[in-house]
Every structure is written in C-alpha cells, then in structure tokens.
Write a protein that binds this ligand. Structure first.
Ligand SMILES: [Fe+2]
Ligand SMILES: [Fe+2]
Length: 158
C-alpha cells in the first residue's frame, strides 16, 4: 500500500499528465495546420509520451489497490501566435509538472512512504529530459533557420 496523501496526489497527477497529452496534441495540430509535418510529429510524439506517463501512474495505483476515477481533463488550444509561443507554453507546462513531482516527493517523504517515494524518482529524472527538450527547441528557433528548414534538425532534440 501507499500513503493516502501520495495516492490522492498521484490520482490528480494522472489528470495533469492527460492534460499535458491534450496540450501537446493541440500543439501538434497547430503545426499540422501550417503543413509543418516534422514539428507536428514531434509534438504528437510528446503527446503519446504524456499518455504513457498517465498509464505508468495508473498501473502503480492499481498495483497498490488504490480506488480512483479518472480526473476530468480540461481541453486545449490548437492556436498559438507563433511557434515560439507554443514551445514556451510547452516549457512552462513541463516546469509546472516538475513542481508537481517535487510536491509529490515532499508528501511521500513526510508520510514515510518509501514505496511512493521510490516510484517518483523515475518521473523526477524524466522531467530533466523534458525541460531540456523544450530548451533545445527554443535554441533551434533561435538558430535563424526557418521552421521548414529547422525540421531537419528535430531528430537531434529530445
Ligand atoms: Fe509527463
Ligand atoms: Fe512532459
């Protein structure tokens, strides 16, 4: 079993991960609209990863016999003023998620929940990569290449 506070926060985190899934789908569609297939695929892949994060947490909750419902997910925009604005929104979202996992780790420590604390380590490490990916995209946008040319370099990021 895991502690009550960690279980509650993990259920909420399923909603945050599914929210991130939707947000990235919205970004993929924003790029798709401009026929930027490479950018669209990049964000679609990110969206799939977020759904996998939700599933990883769901499996852990089930393994620990936590009863839960799936939290409501709030929709996402498919329009941004610019590619940079979309990537900045993605970075802000990742930084928010990092804060959520830090709060989860604090809760696990306070509750003496070693099992929960250990589970969280993967996500805490993953957030380093996630933030780095978005910084990489901002550097690519700063490179002077246009969005079409930049697509050839997306494979070097993330
Ligand atoms: Fe995630
Ligand atoms: Fe993420």
């Amino acid at each position: 079993m895991i502690s009550e506070p960690v279980a509650k926060l993990l259920v909420a985190q399923v909603g945050h991960e599914l929210g991130a899934h939707q947000a990235y789908m919205g970004m993929a569609l924003y790029f798709e609209r401009q026929s930027l297939k490479g950018w669209s695929k990049f964000f679609h892949d990110q969206a799939v990863e977020e759904a996998e994060h939700a599933e990883k947490i769901i499996s852990f909750l089930i393994d620990n016999e936590v009863d839960f419902g799936l939290p409501p997910v709030g929709g996402a925009t498919t329009t941004y003023p610019s590619a940079r604005a979309a990537v900045e929104a993605a970075l802000a979202s990742e930084e928010r998620v990092t804060g959520q996992f830090n709060a989860l780790a604090d809760a696990a420590r306070e509750a003496g929940d070693h099992r929960g604390f250990s589970f969280l380590q993967w996500f805490i490490d993953e957030q380093v990569e996630e933030e780095r990916t978005m910084h990489g995209l901002l550097d690519l946008l700063d490179s002077g290449l246009n969005l079409y040319q930049a697509q050839a370099h997306l494979g070097e990021i993330g």
